[in-house]
Design a protein around this ligand. Structure first.
Ligand code: HEM
Length: 469
């Protein structure tokens, strides 16, 4: 399937005012955005095009759907765009000044320090942990399957990816704290969603804010203990170790506990929820597309023949990778990315005044009808190498782009591939009938109310060598 170029989609004469949402309302698009953000953004782009201006309360905003517009903001002119937006202010309430939320020279320094922890070779060394923690989880799934019960696959994936990020990047097994962390993250997610929609100042002491503060305290305690153990002499060559050892080039000082806490909190949260959601959506899509599931299984059988996967195997599992990519097209865990405009600019011929908040939504762009024929259809063939090469680079941006693109991209891609390969060789999860699967766009895109699935055990394969005998 070839997608046409998106260049024909919009042509604006230079420096015009962008199309505006019709109608004058005191709060602009605030109530529609609040009621159903995915629908509002999708319909706005469908009706008004690739660059649309509107207000959200007092804030001047623009929705950018076109890949060229997204590339302009995230890559070509990225210096003109920062993270001084309400969404990032909300995140700063509990992430502080970590890698995701900080800016300028401070961010550059932190990114430089953290980067080696995400080097391809280093990530490959995490593969064994990723697979063995998945096998641990599957041992529990055996019991559930034996009893004919169902479980919440979204919750299972959260606990699994949290454990993996804890072990690999912080050398800590958070198995016992997984439920506490999970509930705290849900409370913070829900609070962030409310705070984002609210017209009250961020942090205004509503009951939801008080609950969120409590949740943040729980996470602070868990993270504080991790840092304290390391300060007390526990050694590990991991991301936390790198952050702790680094000295400021000018002052020679190491990072304060506060800075470390912000970085660890960021990795803890950014490093598990997104991947967990991407896996949950993939299990959902596979259970509703048996022909795709069959093909993934055939590939796994041919390449692995029943043995647990290793990092090197992923290159030999192209269809599995296509499935994950297509799942993140339809259900991008980071469903929206926003920026503040520093100085007046021009995007695709439209004027963008300083102070405009730019909304770029993978959910919306990944459904652009000129780039993705039959946009709602689940079709991993869209991600063959040839089909990918035929599309503009920013038609697909689940990990953002430019200097602020996801540092965990390679980590997440490998983790998702290994977990899927391990689970699917042992189980066939099926969606519990009657449970409505509805995307809930909080900070990340979750299935609302979880994803209850039953488990059908797959007969064990003979190892590859035996199979050929
Ligand atoms: C499927 C999984 C993931 C998705 C979809 C995802 C998505 C994203 C996106 C879209 C951004 C850019 C945000 C922006 O530009 O405003 C981002 C940034 C970031 N992500 Fe991820 N992420 C994933 C997994 C991970 C993992 C596993 C880690 C860490 C272990 C991680 C850590 C971060 C950090 C630290 C940043 C900020 C980077 C910077 O600004 O320098 N992410 N992620």
């Amino acid at each position: 399937m070839q997608a046409p170029s998106a260049n024909a989609v919009v042509s604006a004469s230079p420096n015009r005012t962008a199309p505006r949402l019709p109608g004058r309302r005191p709060l602009g698009a605030w109530s529609e955005l609040r009621a159903d953000p995915l629908r509002f953004l999708t319909e706005t782009a469908q009706r008004h095009g690739d660059v649309v201006a509107f207000r959200i309360g007092p804030v001047r905003a623009m929705l950018l759907r076109h890949p060229d517009a997204i590339k302009h903001v995230l890559v070509d002119n990225n210096h003109n765009y920062d993270k001084q937006t309400r969404a990032y202010d909300v995140l700063r309430q509990f992430l502080g000044n970590g890698l995701l939320t900080s800016e300028g020279d401070f961010w550059r320094r932190q990114r430089r320090i953290a980067q080696p922890a995400f080097h391809r070779k280093r990530i490959a060394s995490f593969a064994n942990t990723m697979v063995s923690d998945t096998l641990d989880m599957l041992a529990r799934w055996d019991d559930v399957a034996g009893l004919g019960r169902s479980l919440d696959v979204a919750h299972e994936m959260m606990a699994l990816t949290l454990r993996i990020v804890g072990k690999t990047l912080l050398s800590t097994d958070v198995l016992d704290a997984a439920d506490q962390v999970g509930s705290a993250v849900t409370v913070l997610n829900e609070w962030a969603d409310r705070a984002l929609d609210s017209l009250l100042p961020i942090g205004f002491p509503t009951p939801s804010t008080l609950r969120a503060k409590d949740a943040a305290r729980t996470l602070d305690r868990i993270i504080g203990e991790i840092i304290a153990r390391r300060r007390a002499g526990e050694q590990a060559e991991d991301l936390l170790g790198m952050l702790m050892e680094t000295r400021d080039a000018e002052t020679g000082e190491t990072m304060t506990d506060r800075q470390l806490r912000d970085e660890v909190m960021t990795i803890f949260l950014a490093g598990h929820e997104t991947t967990a959601n991407s896996l949950a959506w993939t299990f959902y899509l596979l259970s509703t597309h048996p022909e795709v599931e069959r093909r993934v299984r055939a590939e796994l059988d041919a390449v692995l023949g029943g043995r647990p996967p290793q990092a090197e195997d992923l290159a030999a599992l192209p269809y599995l990778q296509q499935v994950i990519k297509e799942s993140m097209r339809l259900y991008p865990p980071a469903w929206i990315v926003d920026r503040n405009t520093i100085a007046d600019d021009e995007i695709m011929g439209y004027r963008v005044p300083a102070g405009t908040m730019l909304l770029m939504s993978p959910w919306v762009t990944h459904r652009h009808p000129a780039l993705w024929p039959n946009p709602e259809g689940f079709d991993p063939e869209r991600f063959t190498a040839e089909a990918e090469a035929a599309r503009p680079r920013y038609a697909y941006f689940p990990f953002g782009g430019g200097p602020r693109q996801c540092i965990g991209n390679g980590f997440a891609t490998m983790e998702a591939g290994l977990i899927l390969a391990t689970v699917l060789q042992r189980f066939r999860p099926w969606l519990v009938p009657g449970h409505p699967v509805v995307p809930e766009p909080l900070i990340t895109l979750r299935p609302r109310g979880g994803l209850p699935m039953g488990l059908r055990a797959v007969p064990l394969q003979a190892p590859v060598a035996d199979a050929s005998a």
